[in-house]
Ligand binder design. Structure first.
Ligand code: PMV
Length: 304
């Protein structure tokens, strides 16, 4: 049987995207805007499990023959159930846009794992079950999204190492502004790689500088030094542009965010679409009001 209710966080990469692919560190933060799943028994326990998440246009039956990637991912997670996996209607509510680099798939698979294991499950078990689903979407996922979805807070991450929690000295006032432009993470990783291969002696130092921005950013986060963190956002955005992963639309949004009082602004995630991440100044309302049609998310991230 499934538990009646479970939730999980969304995620945003604060600093370090792209360089993290080459072994440099990154910092990510959990977003309270993740997903809440509720499970109710269907009238006949032999009926397939249904999953509806109206915010993400999902309305699926989870059965072995399905070729929908979300259905296949969910079945991988539900395979961790002891009993048969039929007879439930699962409904999800989310304030997170899907396919925008905000960890929606990890949030879904983590919350689903919690429906299976219950509220007292350990984070490691939940992450392992979520990863079984994430592999359907991402091949060999780094595991960062699932970890952040399960535990929230701020994490430092290096490929192949266990993530480390960071304790913010002051809550981070983050404003996440969806560009509404779709992007492919695989294409963006390939753009960066092609620039690195073309001009290694120039581009390798850019990756190193991003790694340094992460270490300085962690120091600033731990000491509540938001002004320095804002400058590091601006520097990181410029470095990501040098890696060929920004776009005119994201560059304009970053300039608009700074003009509206942000301490700093950068693309987050794969780039060329997805979201802009701004560090709010003293008047976050003015910042969110500068992007009325894009429905910015505002969050103050503290320790988990
Ligand atoms: O936008 P997202 O969440 O898919 O972020 C991709 C982050 C990259 O560093 C560009 C790729 C990766 O695998 O770390």
């Amino acid at each position: 049987p499934l538990h009646p209710r479970a939730e999980a966080h969304g995620k945003v990469i604060v600093l370090g995207e792209h360089a993290v692919v080459y072994g440099y560190p990154a910092v990510a933060a959990g977003l309270p805007q993740g997903i809440v799943l509720e499970a109710r028994p269907r009238p006949d326990p032999r009926l397939p499990i249904t999953l509806t998440v109206p915010a993400w246009d999902l309305d699926l039956e989870l059965h072995a023959g399905s070729d929908h990637p979300v259905a296949r991912a969910c079945l991988e997670v539900l395979a961790h159930c002891d009993g048969p996996v039929t007879g439930w209607a699962i409904h999800g509510t989310s304030a997170l846009p899907s396919r925008a680099g905000l960890g929606s798939s990890a949030a879904l698979t983590v919350a689903l794992a919690r429906l299976v294991f219950g509220p007292d499950a350990g984070v490691d078990d939940v992450v392992a079950a979520s990863l079984a689903g994430e592999r359907v979407f991402h091949g060999e996922p780094s595991g960062l999204d699932s970890r952040v979805a399960a535990q929230g807070g701020v994490l430092r991450y290096v490929r192949g190492e266990p993530p480390r929690s960071i304790n913010p000295g002051a809550p981070l006032p983050l404003c996440i502004i969806p560009s509404g432009i779709p992007r492919s993470t695989a294409d963006q990783v390939a753009r960066c790689r092609s620039r690195l291969e073309h001009l290694p002696s120039v581009v390798r130092p850019v990756l190193i500088a991003i790694g340094q921005a992460v270490e300085s950013g962690i120091h600033a986060i731990e000491h509540g030094d938001l002004d320095t963190l804002g400058v590091l956002f601006d520097v990181a955005h410029g470095l990501l542009g040098a890696l060929d992963v920004s776009s005119p639309a994201l560059d304009r949004m970053a300039a608009d965010a700074r003009a509206a009082g942000a301490r700093g602004a950068k693309l987050t995630g794969a780039g060329c679409g997805g979201c802009l991440l701004a560090l709010a100044g003293d008047a976050p309302d003015r910042l969110t009001a500068a992007f009325p049609s894009l429905r910015p998310l505002f969050v103050e991230v503290a320790a988990s």
